[in-house]
Design a protein around this ligand. Structure first.
Ligand SMILES: Cc1ncc(COP(=O)(O)O)c(C=O)c1O
Length: 384
């Protein structure tokens, strides 16, 4: 079946008791057992280990990514944490892309190191650096492409090949493009992480995460971390996300078209220093983006002339339909200042070296009319 059919129907079964067309919200902690001997005969015992509504969402995402199985979490960060807890031990080494979501950087830097895992942050868009960083103890390579917030693109197949040649696995965060535009398993990845908070839900209503894996062994190790640490998604979040995903392709296409229009407008503007959008031919990895993804996504970043002060002025003065807020991938267009908001936890020196400068502005382009978005940006740029 095609992606659009699967995004609507995969995982969803009408309620066998009432015939309700949508998977019910099984808002329950525990599940009644038939007998001690038949414990788990119906597949569920306690919602920290599994829940039928959450399972419906997991099955949908497994179908969309083309994986073996999925576990769902209370946030995107919980999903990343479950992967790291489930797969690593003291003495292991990991290679992490230098530009990743700030919370991912923070957890790896502050907690994985603390528990004896050695970490190298490298520019994964230059795969020779990934190769050079590999050690005999390297267990895992973690990428994010396009990366939050600079939109640097990594060659996922090349990184998978390097990881596998060294006996390591490739974990990639597919939040920005979603399986609708990018299918990392077809590019050799072993584990896919999602913040479902973003495009998969898309309505600014839930915090959630997911990990899709390629093998039963990976599923077992990561699901064990989830149940042990209690990192689960709630049934209500799973239900809302199940509804959100049904329109994923339509939202992605429209939001990406809007993002392209916004990026083209910004590129020609006299107050703009530079624009990064993988869909622009000027993006350094435009050709790679075309090769490994079927769309460019709804995220744009740029820097205005006049540095930090000019950038702040723009973000403080911009009007509706833009909103100054964290989060991304929603139907509402959002404008964010990564240096003080989403990536504030990265040490300044590292942050600036990775291109997350103080003047960088990140846009998550929504579903509004492109002309209204461009008019509002034009007015705000005019105030600088
Ligand atoms: C690419 C990416 N991965 C992971 C996360 C973490 O997700 P959550 O905020 O749902 O914990 C984010 C959040 O912004 C993100 O942008």
């Amino acid at each position: 079946m095609g992606f659009r059919t699967k995004q609507i129907h995969a995982g969803v079964t009408p309620d066998p008791v009432t015939g309700a067309i949508l998977t019910p919200i099984h808002q329950a902690t525990t599940f009644v057992q038939d007998s001690v001997d038949e414990y788990m005969a119906k597949g569920y015992s306690y919602s920290r280990g599994g829940n039928p509504t959450v399972r419906a969402f997991e099955e949908k995402l497994t179908a969309l990514e083309g994986g073996y199985d999925t576990t769902a979490y209370g946030s995107g960060m919980a999903a990343t944490v479950a992967v790291l807890l489930g797969l690593l031990e003291q003495g292991d080494h990991i290679v992490v892309a230098d530009v990743v979501y700030g919370g991912t950087y923070r957890f790896v830097d502050r907690f994985m190191r603390k528990f004896g895992v050695e970490v190298d942050f490298v520019d994964a868009s230059d795969t020779s650096r990934v190769e050079a960083a590999m050690r005999p103890t390297t267990k895992l390579v973690f990428t994010e492409s396009p990366a939050n917030p600079t939109l640097k693109v990594t060659d996922l197949q090349a990184v998978s090949d390097i990881a596998h040649a060294h006996g390591a696995i490739h974990v990639t965060d597919n939040t920005f493009l979603t399986p609708y535009y990018q299918r990392p398993f077809e590019l050799g990845a072993d584990v896919i992480v999602h913040s479902t908070t973003k495009f998969l839900d898309g309505h600014n209503a839930t915090l959630g995460g997911a990990v899709v894996v390629k093998t039963p062994e990976l599923q077992e190790q990561i699901a064990f971390a989830r149940i042990s640490a209690g990192l689960v998604m709630s049934p209500m979040v799973a239900w809302l996300t199940l509804q959100g995903v049904k329109t994923l392709s339509e939202r992605m296409d429209r939001q990406s078209a809007n993002a392209m229009a916004v990026a083209e407008f910004l590129q020609g503007h006299e107050k703009v220093e530079y624009v990064n959008y993988p869909g622009l031919p000027s993006h350094p990895q435009h050709e790679l983006s075309k090769r490994q993804a079927t769309g460019f996504g709804a995220m744009v970043c740029f820097e205005v002339k006049g540095g930090v002060e000019a950038g702040k002025k723009l973000m403080d003065s911009i009007e509706s339909p833009w909103t100054l807020a964290e989060n991304l991938g929603q139907v509402e267009s959002l404008i964010t200042h990564p240096a003080t908001m989403t990536h504030a936890s990265i040490p300044v020196e590292e942050r600036v070296k990775a291109g997350i400068t103080d003047g960088l502005v990140r846009l998550s382009v929504g579903l509004e009319d492109a002309e209204d978005l461009i008019d509002a940006l034009d007015r705000a740029l005019g105030k600088i």
